[in-house]
Design a protein around this ligand. Structure first.
Ligand code: ADP
Ligand code: MG
Ligand code: ZN
Length: 478
C-alpha cells in the first residue's frame, strides 16, 4: 500500500481558574491544605444541599471567550454529567453541555514558516473539577476531596490542528492568553492546565475524518508533542498493516514514551446529560458583556505588534518580551526610565532572563527594579560607565535593588574619558611591550586586541573603550 496519511487533531483543554473560592460553594480553592479540609456539604455532594454559581467563574469564562473571538451566548445552561467514580461523591459532575457559555471562536497561531493559521474554537464551557485519588500511600487508595468543585473552563477546538508542532503552538498561545487575563496560572506540571488530544489519520487530501483516539495524562507541553507524534505513528503503522483504529481513550506514560489503552471511549449519551434542576440558566446581557470587554487587558498578539511599532525593537525581541505579561510589564516600566529601548530589550532578554532562569524564579520575584535597570542603561549611554563595568555592576545591584548611580560613585567606577590619563597608560604599555609593537607594525593586526586588553587592565576596566581604540591606533602607527 502506498497511501500517504495526514493527521488530524482536536484538543480539549481544562484550565483551572484563579478564583479564591469554588464554583458552587464558599470553600477555599487553596492548594496544599490538609486533605479533605477545604470541603462543605455542597462540594461533598450531600443530598438536599443547593449549589450557587460563583459570579467570578462566569466573568472569567466570558473574558476568555471574548479574548478568543467567541460569541458569548446570552443564555447558557448548566447540566449534570452523570457517571460514577470514587472521586466524585455526587455521582455527577456539574458542567455545561448543549448550550455552553461561549462558542465559535478562534486562536491564531504562527507556523514555522511564519505564516498564520486559525485554530477554531468550538466551545468554552464552565464546569467543576472532581477530587483526587491517592494511590501511593500504602496499600489503600485514599480520597482527597479538596479539589471537588474547583472551577474549570473547558476549551474545545475543532479538528483543525495538523501536527504536534501546531498543537504545541496552540497550547502556548492559549496559555499566554489565560495568563494575560490572569484567570489561570497556566501551569501544566501542576495540573492547572490539562490537555487531552483527539487524534485521527486519513489518506492525504481526503476530507472525511478517521476514527479518533483520545490521549490523556500529558503533564507538559513537550509531553503533548511527544504523545501526539507517538499516536500518529501508531495509527499509521496499524492501518498500514491492515488493522483498524478503534475509538478509545489512551493514557500517556511519559517514562516509557508510550500511550496505553485505558478504556473504550464513552459517548455523550453514556453520561445522560440533563439540565441541572438546582441551577438556573446563566444570563450574560449586553451590559455585563461590555463591562467585561472593557476589563480585558491588551492581549499578547496586539502587544507584540505594538512593541515593534512603538519602541522600534526587532520582532524577535518583541516576541520574547511579550511571552509573559510580567516580562512585558517589566520592559515597559524600564523604558519609563531610559529611552534606549533596544538596550533595555537586550538587558532584559539576556541578563535579567538569565538570572530568572538560573534561580528558577519568576520575574515578579526579581529584586532589581525596572527603574534601577533603566538607570544602569543610562549610565552606559551617557558614557559614565563602560558596558564592561555595567556587566560587573549588575550582579551587585540585583540582589537588594541598589541604585547603580550610588554604587558607581561609591566604588569609583566612573569611566575615564580624560584623554591625558588614558594616554599615560598607553605610553607606558607601549614602552613595556616592544616586541608586540614590532609585530603590529609588521602587519599583525591581531596584537591590537592585546594592547586594548592591557590598557583596560591598567585602568581597571574604566577607560572609555572608544577613546582607548582611537588613541592606540594613533600611537601605534606613529
Ligand atoms: P467528546 O470528546 O466529548 O466526544 P467532541 O466530539 O466534541 O467531544 O470532540 C472532542 C474533540 O475531538 C474536539 O476537539 C474535536 O475537534 C476532536 N475530534 C472529533 N473528531 C475527531 C477526529 N475524527 N479526529 C481528530 N479529532 C477529532
Ligand atoms: Mg473528550
Ligand atoms: Zn464546599
Amino acid at each position: 500500500m502506498n497511501t500517504e496519511f495526514e493527521s488530524v487533531i482536536g484538543l480539549e483543554v481544562h484550565a483551572q481558574l484563579l478564583t479564591s473560592t469554588k464554583i458552587f460553594c464558599g470553600c477555599s480553592t487553596k492548594f496544599g491544605n490538609p486533605p479533605n479540609s477545604n470541603v462543605c456539604p455542597i462540594c461533598l455532594g450531600h443530598p438536599g444541599t443547593l449549589p450557587v454559581l460563583n459570579k467570578k467563574v462566569v466573568e472569567f469564562a466570558v473574558m476568555l471567550g471574548l479574548a478568543t473571538n467567541c460569541s458569548i451566548n446570552e443564555r447558557s445552561i448548566i447540566a449534570r454529567k452523570n457517571y460514577f467514580y470514587p472521586d466524585l461523591p455526587k455521582g455527577y459532575q456539574i458542567s455545561q453541555f448543549e448550550e455552553p457559555i461561549c462558542e465559535n471562536g478562534f486562536i491564531e497561531i504562527e507556523l514555522e514558516d511564519k505564516s498564520k493559521k486559525k485554530i477554531r474554537i468550538k466551545r468554552i464551557h464552565m464546569e467543576e473539577d472532581a477530587g483526587k485519588l491517592i494511590h501511593d500511600q500504602g496499600d489503600d487508595t485514599l480520597v482527597d476531596l479538596n479539589r471537588c468543585g474547583t472551577p474549570l473552563l473547558e476549551i474545545v477546538t475543532e479538528p483543525d490542528i495538523s501536527n504536534a508542532k501546531e498543537a504545541y503552538s496552540y497550547l502556548s498561545s492559549l496559555k499566554q492568553i489565560l495568563t494575560y487575563l490572569e484567570i489561570c496560572d497556566g501551569n501544566m506540571e501542576e495540573g492547572s492546565l490539562r490537555c487531552d488530544a483527539n487524534i485521527s489519520i486519513r489518506p492525504k487530501g481526503t476530507i472525511e475524518l478517521g476514527t479518533r483516539t483520545e490521549v490523556k495524562n500529558m503533564n507538559s507541553f513537550r509531553n503533548v508533542e511527544r504523545a501526539i507524534d507517538f499516536e500518529i505513528e501508531r495509527q499509521i503503522e496499524l492501518v498500514e498493516e491492515g488493522g483498524e483504529v478503534i475509538q478509545q481513550t489512551l493514557l500517556w506514560n511519559a517514562d516509557l514514551n508510550e500511550a496505553f489503552p485505558m478504556r473504550g471511549k464513552e459517548e455523550s449519551h453514556d453520561y445522560r446529560y440533563f439540565p441541572d434542576p438546582d441551577l438556573v440558566p446563566v444570563v450574560v446581557d449586553e451590559i455585563w458583556k461590555s463591562e467585561l470587554e472593557k476589563r480585558l487587558p491588551e492581549l499578547p498578539q496586539k502587544r507584540k505588534v505594538r512593541f515593534v511599532t512603538e519602541y522600534g525593537i526587532p520582532e524577535y525581541d518583541s516576541e520574547v518580551l511579550t511571552s509573559e505579561k510580567e516580562i512585558a510589564d517589566y520592559f515597559e516600566e524600564t523604558v519609563k526610565t531610559t529611552k534606549n529601548y533596544k538596550s533595555a530589550s537586550n538587558w532584559i532578554m539576556v541578563d535579567v532572563l538569565k538570572v530568572i532562569k538560573d534561580e528558577k524564579i519568576s520575574i515578579t520575584d526579581f529584586k532589581l527594579s525596572p527603574e534601577n535597570l533603566g538607570k544602569l542603561i543610562n549610565l552606559i549611554n551617557s558614557n559614565i560607565i563602560s558596558g564592561k563595568i555595567a556587566k560587573e555592576v549588575f550582579p551587585e545591584i540585583l540582589k537588594s535593588n541598589v541604585d547603580p548611580e550610588i554604587i558607581v560613585k561609591e566604588k569609583g567606577l566612573i569611566q575615564i574619558s580624560d584623554t591625558s590619563e588614558i594616554e599615560k597608560a598607553i605610553d607606558e604599555i607601549i614602552s613595556q611591550n616592544e616586541k608586540q609593537v614590532e609585530e603590529y607594525k609588521s602587519g599583525k593586526d591581531k596584537v591590537f586586541g592585546f594592547f586594548v586588553g592591557q590598557v583596560m587592565r591598567a585602568t581597571k576596566g574604566k577607560a572609555n573603550p572608544q577613546i582607548v581604540n582611537d588613541l592606540l591606533k594613533q600611537k601605534l602607527s606613529s
